[in-house]
Design a protein around this ligand. Sequence first.
Ligand code: NAD
Length: 337
Amino acid sequence: GSAPKQFKATLFPGDGIGPEISEAVVKILHAAKCPIEWETHIIDVRSKKPGEMLVSREALDSVLRNGWGLKGPMETPIGKGHRSLNLTLRKELALYANVRPCLSFPGVKTLYENVDVVTVRENTEGEYSGLEHVVSPGIVKSLKVITRDASMRINEFAFKYARNNGRKKVTVVHKATVMKKSDGLFLKCSREVAKNYPDIEFEELLIDNASSFLVSNPSRMDVMVMPNLYGDIISDLCAGLIGGLGLTPSCNIGENCVLAEAVHGTAPDISGKNLANPTALLFSAIMMLREMGLREQASSIESSVFRVLSEGKIRTGDLGGKSSTTEYTQAIIDNLN
Ligand code: NAD
């Protein structure tokens, strides 16, 4: 047979706890025999002058060349006139979809059990088009832009994701009853794409209705696809269902690349102390592995984390334990099969 495929991926360790959790993730992936060679880029946000691009061209090109990237949390300098880092990445890498699977972790007590939902958020337009202006003092206008191209692309992605990941249903979350033209177009695209996926159940829900269902009975939901603003809010709501942002992975899908990243920040209060929980970044990496087709490795790491967490002996402080990042990392490695 042919030699197993080798991957090259760009690693942005990030700031604060970023380097510690990145190191943990790289170690675990290596132990699970993922054929990935990392190209590390340090983005030194603090050294940048106001107005300067936070991510270098070289770093962006590295992700585009490799097609794969894993990003630790990065400090956002406040009020220094930098173009937002995430916005830069989103734009330069054409990251059109943000995907967040929210899965209940065994042994992690939260209000809900058996949550297993995925949000797919349109990431380029809608309410976040950045088109706002003052009409006259006391009156502002904000434009919500919905295009057929972007709506077809995100719906196509959501259904394909559902099919490739053994999901049963896609729910489009909208408010086309009020936003007749904009959400109306988005919904029309969902319906059109749904026709090509007879194996996937299709459902339409108003955003208000969907919110109510999510807090009363989250297990009725499967994959949800939404325009930008709804996706922003609903994806955080779903993270709350499984115990917060600290456990939630995410993956950004671009035209020509995939950038996985945890949802949480740099946790300055615990950084450099070997206390951080690498689970969110690890599960983001697992999403990348699945996109790469490295399904066996992905499942093996996932099962190992579930085993360690449900045993409950080795946990980091955020989950009520006393273990260090390195102890937890080692436990995951020891439990790989
Ligand atoms: P945060 O997520 O860094 O921290 C919030 C709380 O959660 C803290 O108590 C922290 O200790 C805890 N926490 C977060 N991740 C954890 C982990 N992996 N393990 C254990 N505990 C964890 O949010 P913040 O304090 O609002 O932001 C700090 C910095 O991070 C800011 O500069 C912010 O701009 C940046 N940030 C970056 C990203 C990103 O790069 N994607 C996202 C959010 C915030």
